[in-house]
Write a protein that binds this ligand. Structure first.
Ligand SMILES: CC(C)(COP(=O)(O)OP(=O)(O)OC[C@H]1O[C@@H](n2cnc3c(N)ncnc32)[C@H](O)[C@@H]1OP(=O)(O)O)[C@@H](O)C(=O)NCCC(=O)NCCS
Length: 173
């Protein structure tokens, strides 16, 4: 089984820049909050299903306190002016044995460059290794980018429209 807590992989952006996809670490708190600051209100709305910019200590604790078994979080890290910065995150949380809910956020400046798709690929690898069979996600119906990422993932997908959200299920095995 992969060690999700020390996971690291290198991907290239379309412009050739190197991007590291790695496990989120406790010491990433300031960088993670910095990435949220650089994310638009619409993107945060799509991620959290409501107007959201400020997070309580308890919420931040939840984002950072990852056990890498039932809750796995990856970040995408790029170099900006000689400094490594977090530009995206993706995570899954187990809801029951074999099934985990996934969610993603890519800061607006970096959307549409394959980062969301890459995070999904790496989360899929980790989840498969850990024996998960399905991912589920709640997506706002107008969130075409997220739905496209799921549709183009190559995973078997089923969708169900439910009270204001699209319920997506992806088969991992
Ligand atoms: C949804 C989100 C995670 C997608 O990540 P991304 O890095 O922007 O998406 P990608 O660049 O990986 O896109 C993958 C595919 O989706 C398609 N796609 C992405 N954005 C699109 C858009 N605005 N319109 C149409 N298609 C789009 C692309 O065609 C791409 O396929 P290609 O590489 O074959 O061209 C990102 O846009 C985001 O963080 N949005 C705000 C938060 C959010 O919605 N979270 C989801 C909560 S579940």
């Amino acid at each position: 089984m992969l060690d999700a807590a020390t996971y690291s992989a290198i991907e290239l952006l379309p412009d050739g820049r190197r991007m590291e996809i790695r496990a989120l670490r406790a010491e990433d708190k300031a960088d993670m909050l910095g990435a949220i600051d650089r994310t638009s209100a619409q993107s945060l709305y799509r991620r959290f299903f409501g107007a959201k910019r400020d997070f309580s200590e308890k919420e931040v604790e939840f984002f950072l306190n990852i056990d890498f078994t039932n809750h796995v979080a990856l970040v995408a890290v790029l170099e900006e002016q000689g400094r490594a910065v977090i530009v995206a995150g993706g995570r899954y949380v187990a809801v029951r044995p074999g099934l985990a809910e996934v969610a993603f956020a890519v800061i607006d400046d970096y959307q549409g460059q394959g980062i969301g798709a890459a995070l999904l690929r790496h989360l899929t690898t980790i989840a498969r290794g850990a024996g998960f069979k399905e991912f589920t996600a709640e997506v706002l119906p107008d969130n075409i980018p997220m739905l496209k990422v799921f549709e183009k993932s190559g995973l078997k997908i089923s969708t169900k429209r439910e009270s204001g959200a699209v319920h997506v299920t992806l088969r991992l095995a």
